[in-house]
Design a protein around this ligand. Structure first.
Ligand SMILES: *[C@@H]1O[C@H](CO)[C@@H](O)[C@H](O)[C@H]1NC(C)=O
Ligand SMILES: *[C@@H]1O[C@H](CO)[C@@H](O)[C@H](O)[C@H]1NC(C)=O
Ligand SMILES: *[C@@H]1O[C@H](CO)[C@@H](O)[C@H](O)[C@H]1NC(C)=O
Ligand SMILES: *[C@@H]1O[C@H](CO)[C@@H](O)[C@H](O)[C@H]1NC(C)=O
Ligand SMILES: *[C@@H]1O[C@H](CO)[C@@H](O)[C@H](O)[C@H]1NC(C)=O
Ligand SMILES: *[C@@H]1O[C@H](CO)[C@@H](O)[C@H](O)[C@H]1NC(C)=O
Length: 182
């Protein structure tokens, strides 16, 4: 017998089997594309953590494998799709630099890192965040050139780069209208 699935329109049992098979195949393909998304977010968050060298208040202690990343401190996810929509880590005394993997958090809308001690440049990958609404980096030690091409952040409403950061050069035409420097 060659055929694995025999379809006989006259048989309601076969028709029912076919319906169940279609539902099963559809749901597996949905859940596997969903997996791809949440693994990317998971990986990006771990990379961000790996470039933070000081965490004096243990803000990132919960960023471990015993919890889903949506339950990590400072991480907000969409209720339905469970993708990262916010990272809120202000005033945590964090030191280090910002990983370019942030550009893979493709559902990110709010990103608050103000009042920490991040240094180095703002990775240009941030320009891939089309949904980014609010980016607050003030009171850090970022330096380097601004630089960063924000023109891909088409939904950016506010960008706060003021306070202790030291920018060498700015290309205002690549920055959103409401950008604050000190
Ligand atoms: C991704 O989603 C699948 C299906 O809901 C789940 O089993 C898996 O644990 C999730 N992975 C992560 C890292 O959240
Ligand atoms: C993982 O995070 C939980 C919640 O913050 C914490 O209780 C637990 O000690 C952490 N585990 C490790 C190995 O750090
Ligand atoms: C900045 O964060 C520190 C804790 O790291 C806190 O004591 C201080 O009040 C914060 N300052 C502002 C302006 O938020
Ligand atoms: C995420 O971003 C990094 C650096 O920007 C890149 O090398 C990597 O391939 C990206 N994709 C995934 C799925 O991690
Ligand atoms: C900002 O710079 C001032 C003066 O150098 C310093 O007193 C203050 O602690 C710095 N704030 C942060 C958050 O690094
Ligand atoms: C900035 O990014 C946009 C969209 O990603 C791109 O079209 C443009 O060429 C970039 N400009 C520079 C100077 O890199």
């Amino acid at each position: 017998m060659h055929p694995v699935i025999c379809l006989s329109p006259s048989s309601p049992i076969h028709f029912l089997f076919y319906v169940v098979l279609v539902i099963f195949l559809t749901s597996t393909s949905i859940s596997s594309s969903y997996d791809g998304g949440n693994e990317t977010d998971h990986h990006a968050l771990l990379k961000i953590k790996s470039m933070i060298t000081q965490d004096p208040y243990g803000a990132l202690t919960s960023w471990n494998t015993s919890l889903h990343f949506c339950d990590w401190y400072g991480v907000k996810c969409g209720k339905r799709h469970r993708r990262v929509t916010g990272v809120v880590l202000e005033s945590q005394g964090l030191e280090g630099s910002l990983s370019p993997h942030v550009g893979n958090l493709s559902f990110l809308r709010e990103f608050y890192l103000f009042n920490n001690s991040f240094q180095g440049a703002i990775p240009h990958e941030i320009g891939r965040l089309k949904r980014l609404n609010l980016l607050s980096l003030y009171l850090n030690k970022f330096n380097g050139v601004i630089p960063t091409n924000f023109s891909g952040c088409v939904n950016l409403k506010g960008l706060d780069l003021s306070g202790n950061n030291s920018w060498k050069h700015t290309q205002r035409d690549q920055l959103p209208l409401r950008t604050y420097f000190s």
